[in-house]
Design a protein around this ligand. Structure first.
Ligand code: CP3
Length: 356
């Protein structure tokens, strides 16, 4: 096994001391980078890019070639899992993801089964192994999945939604069917993430992007419960090395303490809550990842630096912070500002530790 040259990210997730605060950015490989757009053009479309391990590897490495990021994230999408369950994923140009066969009838829901990650999703495992080889121990590789609730939102709605009417109608009127979807999906997520770990992912993250659209009671019943089921099924280590896990519920700030009790090593925060207050609420129980507003990157470079320092100062000099955005980077982000952000996080967090 190769020893990592930079394992700052993994140590921060396990709340061990680090010389500086590690940073990576959600959607760090994406359309704000001209080189990504170029590879995507060659692939023909986004799904071809995800399904080609060589091209997925190429775009995973692009942001790392530009910036001093402390982790790589597998280039893929959360919707590969429902695609492998037979729903027929496609991306309508400029309209986001869509399913040819969304879950509408009871028989479709009853027929759902968890895919074998080594059959329909082998291309993801191949990408993971190829990326690990290419990284050559420079920084750790993050694997990921959508949460059962977030995947179910897309599976029932058939695409993105503004009101979640179909999925919430199902949850309130046929909770038995909703729980069936969530249970099958949770089992799919566990075997998918464990297969990524076996293929070489050194940390895993679960994206609960739409947990925050639920009421507190519905969040506990339809999202958090399945996040716990996923966590309970995850491999804790690989070759004797801990594989830390991160959970991110966008809009979950109000429920931070119960999310922190779900068993994950780290909790991702969106930009709405002050990270210092979040830390006071969770104490030393979990690491925190976040949480600058991605729109700060549209401001002049001095403002980007000031806002980055504000987040670092709010967290303070304690171990257990991974710097990130509060949500994915926008495709309209000026790439120069990403450099300012990453460099400021490294420089300023070093000074925080010398005063401490
Ligand atoms: O972070 C990374 O660099 C890894 C890659 C990654 C992508 N999607 C690539 C992508 C990750 C981790 C995801 C997760 C994902 N996908 C989530 C959870 C995170 C979040 O944002 O809340 C969700 C909800 C999806 C579903 C999805 N995929 C949507 C809604 C869209 C369209 C949005 C858009 O920006 O057009 C996608 C497409 C997608 N996934 C793109 C990328 C780089 C843009 C596709 C393109 O190149 O056209």
């Amino acid at each position: 096994m190769t020893r990592l040259k930079n394992d700052t990210f993994l140590r921060a997730l396990l709340r061990q001391p680090t010389e500086y605060t590690p940073v990576w950015l959600m959607r760090q490989a994406g359309r704000y980078l001209p080189e990504y757009c170029e590879t995507r053009r060659r692939a023909g479309n986004f799904l071809n890019l995800c399904k080609s391990p060589a091209m997925a590897c190429e775009v995973t490495l692009q942001p790392l070639a530009r910036y001093e990021l402390d982790a790589a994230i597998l280039f893929s999408d959360i919707l590969t899992v429902p695609d492998a369950m037979g729903l027929g994923l496609y991306f309508a140009e400029g309209e986001g993801p869509r399913f040819e066969r969304p879950l509408r009838d009871e028989w479709e829901i009853r027929n759902l089964s968890a895919p074998d990650p080594h059959a329909e999703l082998q291309y993801v495992m191949d990408a993971v192994s190829e990326i690990r080889r290419a990284l050559d121990g420079s920084v750790p590789l993050i694997g990921f999945s959508g949460s059962p609730w977030t995947l179910a939102c897309y599976m029932v709605e058939g695409g993105s939604s503004s009101d979640y009417r179909k999925v919430k109608s199902l949850a309130y009127s046929r909770p038995d069917l909703m729980h069936h979807i969530l249970d099958v999906t949770a089992r799919a997520v566990v075997s998918y993430l464990n297969a990524q770990i076996e293929a070489g992912a050194q940390a895993v993250m679960v994206f609960d992007s739409w947990g925050g659209v639920l009421s507190e009671a519905a969040y506990q019943e339809f999202s958090l419960r399945y996040l716990q089921q996923v966590q309970a099924g995850l491999m804790r280590e690989r070759d004797g090395v801990r594989v830390p896990s991160i959970v991110f519920t966008k809009g979950g700030g109000l429920w931070l303490e119960s999310i922190a009790a779900a068993g994950y090593d780290a909790v991702g925060l969106d930009w709405t809550m002050d990270i210092g207050r979040a830390r006071r609420l969770v104490g030393d129980r979990v690491a925190l990842q976040g949480n600058i507003d991605p729109n700060v990157l549209f401001a002049p470079p001095e403002v980007v630096a000031t806002e980055a320092r504000r987040v670092l100062d709010a967290f303070g000099p304690h171990p257990g912070h991974v710097f990130n955005l509060g949500h994915g980077i926008s495709q309209f982000t000026p790439p120069e500002n990403v450099r300012v952000l990453v460099d400021t996080v490294h420089e300023h967090s070093r000074t925080l530790r010398t005063v401490a």
